[in-house]
Design a protein around this ligand. Structure first.
Ligand code: NAP
Length: 334
């Protein structure tokens, strides 16, 4: 069998190596080879994105499972990049029941991340999550790892609404209520946010920069999204320990002043906590100001994020200092 697969791979490679079909032919052979082994398949939603991409790569590297990457557009460059790694890529659209069903057919497990920020609709995110839960139930998928978060609205008795959390919380509850073997990973704030939306901003009254994250003096958990994949992979490897549980992922928890101190040290600039309150943050007039202010109000209650467990599941998880040192290039303008 292996001889046939290798021969097929080589044939496709050599006959097509000067034409544009080369990589798709090679990856067809690779995916054929991975699926023809006895490896169980894990379907990965969001594989062209940050979380799913990290998960797909970590599962591929661990070699225990075969990966089936799902995307709405199999022709996009990020889909091709996955194929180039030898990953099977097929169409999977969370708004299309038939494609979700087809994507999950024959799989042992699935990783699901839903992207609130693409549509800003709690209802849509809940609908997408439930669609996967129902399909997983029908098909008897053995282990789903869902990128969930707390249902803040329910936990706060309706006082606090954080739609991108609340939606994921509802989906978590739904998965468990219909009896799908599911583990929820509640991912802390990405360190990557500090390279984009939380990048230090130049102060108007002096030669320093500020971080405007309304946390007061309460530590905020964080993790590089690139480190999430290895954690999820460990969870797939230990279903008996994790099915039915929610696991909070965090590399470490720092106060905003401590995040600023790390940035100051690594970048050689004076960076400070802006010491903004959630109330002041809401008044900035930024599009999701209320949502982020409420998220920080919830973070101030210190939801369970397990630093020790995260390090056990991914011993290479990076500290914020390591992460910033490796990404100094992103701060050229600072
Ligand atoms: P991302 O890098 O923007 O990737 C989004 C992925 O979702 C893409 O791969 C996209 O695939 C896929 N997708 C979107 N709509 C889809 C649909 N209808 N059907 C199938 N796939 C679909 O996003 P991410 O950072 O990995 O994940 C975003 C989620 O993470 C958000 O819901 C957010 O709340 C959560 N989160 C973020 C943080 C943070 O600090 N930023 C922390 C915890 C949790 P295609 O376009 O290829 O189809």
């Amino acid at each position: 069998m292996w001889f046939i697969i290798l021969t097929l791979k080589e044939k496709l490679h050599f006959s097509c190596c000067h034409c544009s079909e080369r990589s798709s032919a090679t990856s067809l052979a690779l995916s054929l080879s991975s699926n023809m082994t006895s490896k169980k398949i894990i379907a990965v939603f969001g594989a062209t994105g940050a979380q799913g991409g990290s998960v797909a790569r970590a599962i591929l590297e661990s070699k225990k499972f075969a990966v089936r990457a799902l995307t709405r557009d199999v022709t996009k460059p990020k889909a091709q990049a996955l194929r180039d790694l030898g990953i099977e890529v097929i169409k999977g659209d969370l708004d299309d029941e038939a494609s979700v069903e087809a994507a999950l057919k024959g799989t042992y497990g699935a990783f699901l991340v839903t992207n609130f920020w693409e549509h800003f609709s709690k209802e849509k995110e809940v609908c997408q999550g439930k669609l996967v839960a129902d399909a997983a139930k029908r098909l008897g998928v053995k282990h789903v790892v869902f990128s969930g978060l707390e249902n803040v609205k329910r936990l706060s008795g309706g006082k606090l609404e954080v739609p991108h959390f609340d939606a994921k919380g509802e989906v978590e509850e739904y998965f468990w209520s219909i009896g799908v073997p599911m583990t929820s990973v509640r991912v802390a704030a990405y360190f990557e946010n500090f390279l984009t939306t939380w990048k230090p901003v130049k102060a108007s009254d002096g030669d320093y920069y500020t971080l405007a994250i309304p946390m007061g003096d309460v530590p905020m958990d964080g993790i590089s999204v690139a480190d999430v994949g290895a954690v999820v992979c460990s969870i797939f490897n230990s279903p008996e320990e994790f099915v039915g549980k929610a696991v909070g992922l965090s590399a470490e928890a720092l106060t905003i002043q401590q995040y600023a101190d790390v940035l100051s040290k690594v970048l050689g600039k004076d960076i400070r906590d802006a010491k903004m309150t959630p109330e002041a943050y809401e008044k900035l007039g930024i599009p999701v100001g209320k949502e982020i202010a409420n998220m920080c109000r919830f973070y101030q209650t210190r939801p369970d994020r397990d630093v020790k467990l995260t390090h056990r599941l991914n011993p290479k998880v990076k500290s914020f200092s390591q992460f910033i040192s490796e990404n100094k290039g992103a701060f050229k303008g600072v």
